[in-house]
Design a protein around this ligand. Structure first.
Ligand code: UPG
Length: 303
């Protein structure tokens, strides 16, 4: 008898954030699309979904996920975590990041939720050693088990894996640094041998290494974050991914750059705001799209 069908499947831990969703139809549609595509395509693994919520969004999520599981007739473990408690636990981490990586207090990306991934290892159950996190404006077209295989390509020191940013946002943000350092590759597209920065719509975490790392707490300490932002004359507005971008350039051994087709971003905002001539160089991404990312509220193609 074939053992492959009967052998228990490996469980993978997938995280997302779902807040301020009550009465918000687009948010509900996004969670439904994301979770349906995640479960439908997960052939080689069982999925455990961990959702960071506020109280009213939890009720919304429970209803959506009940319907997804019923439609697909597949099991999926689900756990909820309180966003307010997590924001409290990670207060100093968030406070170290906010001055450099959000536009102004009260603005969209200034919310602590955009920084929580940087402390996931302190939130996740201690027995969880690896995890992925997705923005909910994503849609999977491949088995998430294949994504977890990318952990095997990590170096000995790798803490995170993220796919490249597919827009010229960091060419823009790093304008001053690039003009003072014309030979630097930071902010250039990959096709020109550059480092365009990273996108946090999908993140892989080596949670156990993060917990055991003696250097990571120093790297996210306010004084280091300030020094890093100063070195690159960096004033960002995209939360966690601004930090991952600088960390990945400064300490490449800590951050693995994953294939672009695991986070195929669709936002074309920069094309309409001064960068039409170079946009295609940044957006270039070959191969099957494993994950669509409808960032800046861009609709995801039907197939
Ligand atoms: N989210 C909530 N409630 C909110 C707002 C956001 O739960 O009120 C969650 C949700 O999971 C969402 C994620 O946060 O998908 C990110 O927010 P979103 O509005 O989707 O950000 P985008 O503008 O689409 O994405 C850009 C980047 C993305 C990065 C994000 C914040 O492309 O990679 O994670 O900015 O840095």
């Amino acid at each position: 008898p074939s053992t492959s069908d009967s052998a228990p499947k490996e469980e993978v831990n997938v995280w997302c954030i779902f807040t301020k969703a009550a009465g918000n139809a687009p948010m509900k549609y996004k969670l439904s699309t994301f979770s349906h595509s995640l479960l439908e395509n997960a052939g080689s693994v069982t999925v455990s979904l961990h959702i960071i919520v506020d109280t009213s969004s939890q009720r919304v999520a429970q209803e959506i996920l009940r319907s997804v599981k019923e439609t697909l007739k597949k099991p999926m473990k689900i756990a909820f975590y309180d966003v307010n408690q997590i924001a409290k636990d990670l207060k100093s981490l968030v406070a170290a990041m906010q001055p450099h990586f959000s536009s102004q207090p009260g603005s969209y990306y200034s919310d602590s939720l955009f920084f929580l991934s940087l402390g996931l290892h302190r939130i996740a159950p201690i027995t969880m050693s690896r995890a992925a996190m997705f923005d909910i404006d994503t849609k999977l077209q491949s088995d998430v088990g294949k994504l977890f295989q990318l952990f095997e390509s990590f170096g000995n020191d790798t803490l995170f894996g993220l796919a490249p940013e597919l827009s010229p946002v960091y060419r823009h943000v790093l304008y001053l640094y690039r003009s003072k350092n014309p030979t630097s590759k930071i902010g250039d597209p990959i096709m020109n041998g550059g480092y365009p920065g990273l996108n946090s719509g999908m993140i892989l975490f080596m949670l156990d290494r993060l917990r055991n790392s003696s250097s990571y707490p120093q790297l996210v300490h306010a004084s280091n974050v300030t020094a890093l932002a100063k070195k690159y004359s960096f004033k960002g507005h995209l939360g966690d991914q601004d930090f991952y971008t600088l960390l990945g350039f400064e300490r490449p051994e800590l951050v693995s750059v994953l294939p672009c087709n695991w986070n195929r971003q669709l936002c074309t905002w920069w094309s309409d705001h001064g960068y039409r001539d170079v946009m295609s160089q940044y957006a270039h991404c070959e191969g099957k799209v494993h994950v669509w990312h409808g960032n800046c509220n861009t609709p995801i193609p039907a197939t």
